[in-house]
Structure formats: C-alpha cells, structure tokens
Write a protein that binds this ligand. Structure first.
Ligand SMILES: NC(=O)c1ccc[n+]([C@@H]2O[C@H](COP(=O)([O-])OP(=O)(O)OC[C@H]3O[C@@H](n4cnc5c(N)ncnc54)[C@H](OP(=O)(O)O)[C@@H]3O)[C@@H](O)[C@H]2O)c1
Length: 232
C-alpha cells in the first residue's frame, strides 16, 4: 500500500528535501504551502514537477484538521520554524518563536490528535531544546516538543545540530557558525572526544531528510527523542 504523508514546512530547506525524499520513496505526498505565500505558484510548479501534491490549507485549527481528514496521511512531518531575522524584519508577533515554532506546531499536533488515523507525527526540533535552555528559541522549541508529545498518537522528535547545504536563501552567520563548530569538533575528535564530535557536528538537508523518513518508518523510534548523532 502506498504510504501517504503530509509535510508542514515543505517550502523550507529541510522540508523541501523531505518532500523530495518521500517522492523518491514512492509515497503519496502533500507538501503544505501557506496560502498567502508570495511564491505559491512557483511552489505548485516545483512540487507537482517532483510528484507531490500541494496543500494550501490555512493555518487555522479547523482548516488544518479538515485538511488532515481529507488527505488522511499515515505520517505527518512538522518542519516549521521562523528565524531571528524574520522576526526582526517586521517586529510583529506573527513571526515570533511563540507564534510560529510553538503555535503552528501545537496547532498541527492538536489536529493530528483530533482527526485520528495518523500513525506517526515526526517533529524537527533542535539540539539543546529544553525548559531551562539559554534563549527564547530553544525554550519555545521545548514547548513545541511538549505539544507534540501530548498529541495522542505515536511521535518522534529529531534534534539536529547545525544544518548545512545549498540554501536558496543564504544564511552567512549560520554557515560560518557551522564551519567553526565542525572545525573545533574535528580537533576534539582528533583528541579522542568522538562522542562530543558526533553530537554537535553539522548535518545536511538531504541526510537529515533521509533520517526523518527512516525514523517515521521505524517502530522503535516511536516515543523517542533522537539526537544529532543518530541523524547522520
Ligand atoms: N538551520 C539550522 O541549522 C537548524 C538547526 C537545528 C534545528 N533547526 C530547525 O529546523 C527547522 C527547519 O529548518 P529549515 O532550515 O528547513 O528552516 P527554513 O528553511 O527557514 O523553513 C522554515 C519553514 O517554516 C515556514 N514558516 C516560517 N514562518 C512561517 C509562518 N509565519 N507561517 C507559516 N509558515 C512559516 C516556512 O514557510 P515559508 O517558506 O512560506 O516562509 C518554511 O516552510 C527550523 O524550524 C529550525 O528551527 C534548524
């Protein structure tokens, strides 16, 4: 039977790689694009070109639940998140970690629990997420993880370190940080700290997408938080 999957955050760096991987695996894929995306037409062309269908359900609780009922996916992936730059761009709460990273993830997790039939919710979080983590980003990620864990269906949370690769939009600060971190970690690995190196070294979008796909398919990964070293 063909596996049906729904990817929220499909237009992002990892989401796009995940849609491509799911299509490559022969799944029936709904790539979610926000209906007000200025690039909606481009995304429709791109996703239909690689064999995915586009979902344009509004980010409203009833609309997201109705879309999950209509598409009836076995696996739902959440690759949603904002950035400090986006928040700063308009200074509006609409782009805050609370509204996007937590709010949209919780809305999706609640809908997954409400509609039934979903066998796995896979959430792309971040290394370091925790209640007393340094910074709002990791603290809201923790709240989002709690929403996923409370959804009422089997879940898996992935916590990668830096994600590298060829982005459509360049992020020089993130890229430089990952290069510095990987350089330091290589030195640590040379000195014998291989566990630390494995935990914090960067991964790329395609490798991470394949890991997320593998985790959704792995009964042993249900109810697990998977750290960076197991996402390579
Ligand atoms: N980059 C890293 O090094 C790193 C490391 C660890 C964890 N992570 C986490 O992994 C997640 C995915 O990373 P990524 O690099 O793929 O992110 P990305 O390229 O920035 O993609 C983010 C996704 O979230 C959507 N989104 C953002 N704001 C939205 C809003 N207000 N309403 C609706 N959708 C919104 C975007 O949709 P649009 O295209 O429509 O804007 C896009 O699909 C991120 O949330 C990040 O926190 C990243």
């Amino acid at each position: 039977m063909t596996t049906k999957v729904f990817v929220a955050g499909a237009t992002g760096f990892v989401g796009k790689a995940l849609v491509a991987e799911a299509c490559r695996q022969g799944a029936q894929v709904w790539a979610h694009v926000r209906p007000d995306s200025p690039q909606l037409q481009n995304w429709q062309g791109y996703f239909s070109g690689i064999g995915a269908e586009v979902s344009t359900a509004a980010w409203q609780p009833e609309a997201i639940a109705a879309e999950l009922r209509r598409t009836a996916p076995q696996w739902v992936f959440c690759c949603i998140g904002t950035t400090a730059k986006r928040m700063g761009r308009d200074g509006k709460a609409a782009n805050s970690y609370e509204t996007v990273d937590y709010g949209l993830t919780k809305m999706l997790a609640d809908a997954v629990g409400q509609v039934g039939g979903v066998e796995r919710l896979v959430y792309l979080s971040s290394l370091g997420a925790g209640p007393s983590a340094a910074g709002a980003y990791l603290q809201w990620r923790h709240r989002a993880e709690q929403a996923v864990q409370a959804c009422g269906v089997a879940w898996t949370i992935a916590r990668p370190s830096f994600i590298t690769g060829q982005r459509d939009v360049s992020r020089p600060a993130e890229h430089s940080a990952s290069l510095v971190a990987d350089g330091l970690l290589n030195a640590l690995g040379f000195l014998g700290a291989t566990t630390t190196r494995q935990r914090y070294r960067s991964t790329d979008d395609t490798t991470l997408a394949r890991a997320l796909w593998r985790l959704a398919n792995d009964p042993g990964a249900a109810g697990k938080v998977v750290l960076s070293e197991d996402l390579h």
